[in-house]
Design a protein around this ligand. Structure first.
Ligand code: BG6
Length: 469
């Protein structure tokens, strides 16, 4: 079913950081592609003028886009309007209504802190700007299960779920979509993609950067809320879900929700938290902060396909490399046919999701040249060197404008994902210090012991060889 496209984009938080770094560059790319030509109405409480916003947009395109002075940039600048005012005041919404003119189906993008969502959404409802409209909100969707539910209730006072588009930018990444494509477009995978052949699944999101001046924000969040509850559980859903039945966005989202519901809620024994040395000296961070900048988790997915398969996730800042990678390790071959003392390493699938060298690799063994029947590990490696055709934001904003919800988090999925991490959020678990540039605290090693240790995305795969007695 095709739904009508939005005919205006309203950007709450137009003078803020997200708009500057991500949204304006994405709009410029869409203008260049010829897929964006609706008015952009910036709303903010900054005391700015339209001219100042235009300058800000040009600066954003120079720093994060394709330059501020090209034809696409100027076309975007020409589409701008500006409404200055407090989101909580009826007068601001009245002026926004007037600025919308004849637009019938605006897309309201809430690039503002979640604490402001209820005021903005209520104001849109009361002023008549919500009719025929859609709303985009950004993560974090709440800070635990109870607040996520409250946020969803606040959105639903004004917007039906079908009009709510929750952005998790990982879902807009080409490599994350490719996980789904690779799984369901290839027949060879399905027979092995289950507990009979898969020994473990690991997802690593390592970042060399620290909190980058966002200490105040990060103190309220920590690694579990910042990237595990959303980005990494979404990646896991793509790896673990059943094939969707039928087409359409809901079939896919239904299957992802089932994955989240099948994952056992975390207990203290399944989570190791860490904090990099020096974090407490960052701006906005408490001198005795207990917030984790690193989290390692072991999950259990109680489903026919995955029962008993260890699933490991780790994410951290100020680690030894910047890389997000998935490793799906298979069981060993049943016998050493060639009489080697050590078994060949087990096969694996490695998915590099970013930031660069986006790739899919299959680990296998081949014969070394020479007289002996001796093997060596190789990778069958496919890399996309061209880089993404579209940024995640361009993809997601385009989809929201067209009204396609496939790549957005749905209410039940968000709540089910919170349900997994919620039990550990309020526990006083220790936070282990780790050295900057390391791979996190040693205390996390035990979680991965049964899987041959943690996968290091900077090192290639060095899985333990099994020695045959
Ligand atoms: C954001 C987090 O959602 O994702 C950041 O708030 C994190 O802390 C970022 O650095 C990582 O995104 P990407 O696309 O660089 O992997």
């Amino acid at each position: 079913m095709t739904v009508p496209a939005s005919d205006a984009l309203v950007l709450f938080g137009a003078t803020g950081d997200l708009a500057y770094r991500k949204i304006f560059p994405a709009l410029q790319a869409m203008v260049r592609r010829g897929s964006f030509e609706v008015p952009v109405i910036g709303v903010a409480r900054s005391g700015w003028t339209l001219e100042r916003l235009r300058e800000r947009v040009r600066a954003s395109l120079r720093e994060h886009g394709d330059g501020g002075d090209d034809a696409a940039g100027e076309r975007l600048v020409a589409l701008l309007r500006y409404v200055d005012g407090d989101y909580r005041e009826a007068d601001t919404h009245k002026r926004l209504r007037a600025a919308l003119g004849g637009a019938r189906r605006p897309l309201h993008y809430l690039a503002v802190p979640p604490s402001l969502f209820p005021s903005v959404v209520d104001g849109l409802g009361e002023s008549g700007s919500a009719e025929g409209a859609r709303v985009v909100v950004e993560k974090p969707f709440g800070r635990d299960l109870a607040s996520a539910r409250a946020l969803n209730r606040a959105l639903h006072r004004t917007f039906a779920e079908s009009a709510v588009f929750r952005i998790d930018h990982y879902l807009g990444k080409e490599a994350v979509q490719n996980l789904l494509y690779f799984r369901f477009a290839n027949a060879f995978l399905e027979p092995v993609w289950n507990r009979n052949y898969v020994r473990s699944i690991q997802i690593t999101m390592a970042e060399e950067i620290g909190v980058q001046g966002r200490g105040r924000f990060y103190e309220e969040v920590g690694a579990v809320r910042d990237v595990v509850q959303n980005h990494l559980l979404q990646v896991l859903a793509h790896l673990a879900m059943e094939p969707p039945v039928g087409d359409g966005s809901e079939a896919l989202r239904d299957e992802k929700v089932k994955v989240f519901r099948g994952i056992r809620p975390l207990g203290a024994a399944n989570l190791v938290r860490g904090q990099y040395d020096g974090y407490r000296a960052e701006d906005g961070v408490a001198p005795d902060s207990q917030v984790e900048t690193y989290a390692a988790l072991q999950l259990h997915l109680d489903s026919w396909r995955w029962a008993g398969v260890p699933i490991l996730i780790r994410a951290g800042k100020r680690l030894g490399a910047t890389a997000t990678e998935v490793l799906v390790q298979l069981e060993h071959a049943p016998q050493q046919v060639f009489g080697e003392a050590a078994a060949a390493p087990s096969n694996y699938f490695r998915f590099r999701l970013g930031p660069d060298r986006v790739a899919i690799a299959i680990g296998a063994s081949t014969k070394q040249a020479g007289a002996a029947m001796a093997g060596e590990p190789v990778e069958l490696y496919v890399c996309n060197d061209r880089g993404p055709e579209m940024s995640a934001y361009e993809r997601l904003i385009g989809d929201a404008l067209r009204g396609d919800p496939t790549l957005f988090a749905r209410e039940d999925g968000v709540e089910a994902a919170w349900g997994i991490v919620d039990p550990v959020l309020s526990l006083p678990l220790p936070v282990h210090p780790y050295r900057q540039g390391s791979w996190g605290p040693q205390e996390a090693d035990a979680l991965a012991a049964a899987c041959g240790g943690w996968h290091r995305p900077d090192k290639g795969v060095s899985l333990a060889h099994r020695t045959v007695a």
